[in-house]
Design a protein around this ligand. Structure first.
Ligand code: SAM
Length: 308
């Protein structure tokens, strides 16, 4: 499959992180040419490095979005793949916006049938074997894109992650929280319910000059966090933090008057992802809010400052 448009990328992200991901890429000198749900089209100024994106694909072909019928889909797939050579060991993941008379598997199998030699379908739930070329097809309402992942694994899969616990945060969301925290060298940063450490590890990658402290009621979480990053001070009493980064367990519903943040110290700035019905105590004033959909849950990423 020769590279026809190697400087253009499809960047996939979490629902609700599109604008922050666009800002990250623009600051790095790339041109974001389109933003739709969960997707950015980017003209790259060089290698694309992003911690907020879920994944990235080099664009190889595009045709107008065929709309909702199967017949139009068949024609569009033929056109989309017309100049692409078959690929040994191919897997395809497809997504679309809006209502269609076909499923994602119909798109995947149509593209796989034309390009795969062989093609590993996901239709029956069997994951493709390691070492396939991973193709992404996305219909965004305007364009049908075909891209190829330039890395062996999706971007959201972090090399540092050796252990997880229930509720471990999706790393790109942690990276987005670190971005909103305005971290500076010398800051003391606390995660009061650190789990396996995702938030502080991603924050430290963004600002290595701060000091990081994580605590958790569960000793297994601390064990997992130590395995992921031995250099962070896990399970310590914090000094007065400058920043708090937190995502309490989203599934926990508290009585209307209870606030899990009451036991936390004060800090100049707090960034949290809160589940449905979760609120901060009255010391905090929310100044920014981003609705996100993560693992099928509708949550809010908020930035809060202390005081009125
Ligand atoms: C959603 S996970 C946090 C994930 C973590 N921030 C990360 O970066 O992956 C929530 C964590 O809060 C911990 N937890 C629950 N109640 C707590 C409490 N009262 N004090 C400290 N930690 C608590 C749980 O053990 C769990 O590990």
């Amino acid at each position: 499959m020769p590279s026809a448009r190697s400087a253009e990328f499809l960047v996939r992200t979490v629902t609700g992180l599109e604008r922050l991901t666009a800002a990250e890429l623009t600051e790095a000198g790339h041109r974001v040419v389109d933003v739709t749900k969960r997707q950015l089209v980017v003209e790259a100024a060089g290698p694309v490095e992003t911690r907020l994106a879920d994944d990235q694909f080099t664009i190889r072909a595009s045709v107008p979005d065929p709309g909702h019928t199967r017949t139009a889909l068949g024609r569009a797939v033929a056109e989309l793949t017309r100049h692409l050579a078959p690929e040994p060991r191919l897997s395809v993941t497809a997504s679309f916006t809006g209502a269609r008379n076909f499923s994602r598997y119909d798109i995947e199998d149509a593209v796989g049938a034309r390009l795969g030699a062989p093609y590993f379908s996901r239709r029956h739930g069997t994951p493709p074997p390691p070492g396939t070329t991973d193709v992404r097809v996305a219909l965004d309402g305007k364009v049908m894109w075909l891209g190829v992942r330039p890395h062996a694994v999706p971007l959201h899969r972090r090399a540092w992650r050796r252990a997880t616990v229930v509720g471990s945060l999706h790393p790109p969301v942690a990276a987005a929280m670190a971005r909103l925290a305005d971290l500076r060298p010398g800051h003391v940063v606390l995660d009061p319910c650190c789990g396996a450490g995702t938030l502080l590890i991603e924050a430290r990658l963004r600002e290595p000059g701060a000091s990081y402290h994580g605590r958790d009621v569960d000793p297994k979480a601390i064990e997992a966090a130590r395995l992921n990053e031995p250099a962070i001070d896990w399970r310590t009493e914090e000094r007065n933090p400058d920043r708090i980064l937190a995502n309490p367990p989203w599934g926990v519903r508290l009585p209307a008057t209870a606030r899990f943040s009451r036991g936390w110290p004060e800090a100049e700035r707090l960034v949290a992802v809160l589940g449905e019905g979760q609120r901060l105590d009255r010391r905090w004033r929310t100044v920014e809010e981003h609705p996100l959909t993560v693992a099928g849950r509708h949550v809010r990423m908020i930035v809060a400052l202390i005081g009125k």
